[in-house]
Design a protein around this ligand. Structure first.
Ligand code: PNW
Length: 459
């Protein structure tokens, strides 16, 4: 294989999210989130798993930061749990919740690791869901207030602030097909949620910048949507529809172009978009310093009147067929295709120029292979499938850079095995293995490999 070197200053790191790793669900005045409610509802999450304990990172953060330092990470992306900061969503700020992120931030800075904050990685306070959640406009305003409260405590030390993680998932999986919390199944609610999430982003971005935040961004999970048959006009129409629902519905308003007309037309078939008020698109278009991109797998579609569509894309039934994965897949069943990452980065770099990009998540779930571990946790976990996934995707990212894409960094998902949402703990994305019986951390071979990549700034 060719040697590749990344640009000087390229940021290497890892990512996690609060509900997936922290545990300590009842500590220090934390309130409940929609994921507490959802995971405690029988039948929603695999085997009834919850985030009550997770990786117990809340109590073990100092050791986890030491591990990050050992691996040589330059940056660490974590999320702040809103219900730790405003336990019931609307009432007073809980200083003990902020204390935890204060300690974590200082531990990172002590080790020279740059903190990258995500303000919302899906754990909406249940109290706000009881008032309509993201279908309600008022949630967007509460989000901006909460963002300011976090900034007031950490703004003197944290440079990079991102508002939302993957609003596509929050809206379409949370309110559309109900596979994620809060488990609502209603296409109209999903589109209301899209708009209020974007509005919340815009209000928070503006507020953070006025408060002095240096770098303000958002993380999306844009898809590389490709046609089953590149020569078929019907498939091209299906690509346009899915691209609209996944990519342009977010990227166009965020970058100042407003909602695309074809997407609004599609939405209007399911719900009258009266929730979009004059002036909203201007708020959503708050200047962005960074666009985070999470990429795992490509999406192939065909245009067919008898296509089953996907419950994750409202209104695609009877128009689109989503092709099943072909070729190698991860333990999530997701097709492994690094070239999709190159295509996606080049497309975003071309269609939305001038926006610095960072891969804020990329990685693979692969079956646990901890059988080689001794009882004391020593020994090796040879996750060669994960190493080859990461190697392929880093080469794909490098290819995009060499084609002129302004890619600033790469954060692997994830530092630790963790609570994989509806899949519970059965899917493992970590470069570090977690034994949930005793919370022992064991770096997998991929962690040692990544350490080497970081130290050479390349492959
Ligand atoms: C992302 N889908 O979630 C999240 O940001 C992470 O918290 C998560 O652990 C990671 O990817 C791996 O799943 C997604 O169904 C969940 O298309 C589901 C989908 C996409 C992303």
């Amino acid at each position: 294989m060719n040697e590749v070197r990344f640009p000087e200053g390229f940021v290497w790191g890892a990512a996690t999210a609060a509900y997936q790793i922290e545990g300590a669900a009842r500590d220090d005045g934390r309130g409940e989130s929609i994921w507490d409610t959802f995971s405690r509802t029988p039948g929603k999450v695999f085997a009834g798993h919850t985030g009550d304990v997770a990786c117990d990172h809340y109590h073990r953060y100092a050791d986890d930061v030491a591990l990050m330092a050992e691996l040589g990470l330059a940056a660490y992306r974590f999320s702040v749990a809103w219900p730790r900061i405003r336990p019931d969503g609307t009432g007073p700020v809980n200083p003990r919740g902020l204390d935890f992120y204060d300690r974590l931030t200082d531990a990172l800075l002590d080790r020279g690791i740059d903190p990258i904050v995500t303000l919302y990685h899906w754990d909406l306070p249940q109290g706000l869901q009881d008032r309509g959640g993201w279908t309600s406009r008022e949630t967007a305003e509460h989000f901006a207030d909460y963002a300011l409260a976090v900034h007031a405590r950490l703004g003197d030390r944290i440079r990079t602030w991102t508002t939302l993680n993957e609003p596509w998932c929050s809206a379409y999986l949370g309110y559309g097909n109900g596979v994620h919390a809060p488990g609502v199944q209603d296409a109209g609610a999903a589109f209301r949620a899209v708009h209020h999430l974007l509005l919340g982003h815009g209000l928070a971005a503006r507020a953070l910048r006025s408060a002095g935040a240096q770098t303000v961004g958002i993380t999306l999970n844009p898809a590389d949507v490709a046609p089953a048959d590149p020569d078929s006009a019907a498939d091209a129409a299906a690509v346009r529809l899915v691209d609209g629902l996944q990519n342009r519905i977010f990227l166009d308003p965020l970058t100042g172009a407003g909602y695309p007309a074809d997407v609004l037309e599609h939405v209007a078939r399911m719900v009258e978009p009266t929730f979009i008020r004059p002036g909203d698109e201007k708020i959503i278009a708050a200047p962005l310093d960074l666009l985070g991109i999470n990429y795992y797998s490509p999406t192939y579609v065909a245009g067919r009147p008898d296509g089953g569509g996907s419950s994750a894309y409202p209104g695609t039934e009877g128009a689109v067929e989503f092709l099943p994965a072909s070729g190698p897949v991860s333990d999530m069943g997701w097709q492994i295709e690094p070239a999709g990452l190159t295509r996606l980065l080049v497309r975003i770099g071309t269609d939305y120029p001038g926006l610095p990009l960072m891969i804020t998540e990329n990685g693979g779930a692969f079956p646990d292979d901890s059988a080689g571990l001794d009882a004391d946790g020593s020994g090796r976990i040879d996750d060669t499938d994960r190493i080859s996934y990461l190697d392929g995707h880093l080469r794909a990212a490098h290819e995009a850079i060499s084609r002129g894409v302004d890619l600033r960094g790469y954060l692997v998902w994830s530092l630790l095995d963790n609570f994989e949402w509806a899949e519970g703990y059965r899917k493992r994305f970590g470069i570090v293995h977690v034994d949930y019986l005793n919370q022992r951390r064991t770096p997998k071979s991929s962690a040692r490999w990544y350490q080497e990549v970081i130290s050479r700034n390349g492959l």
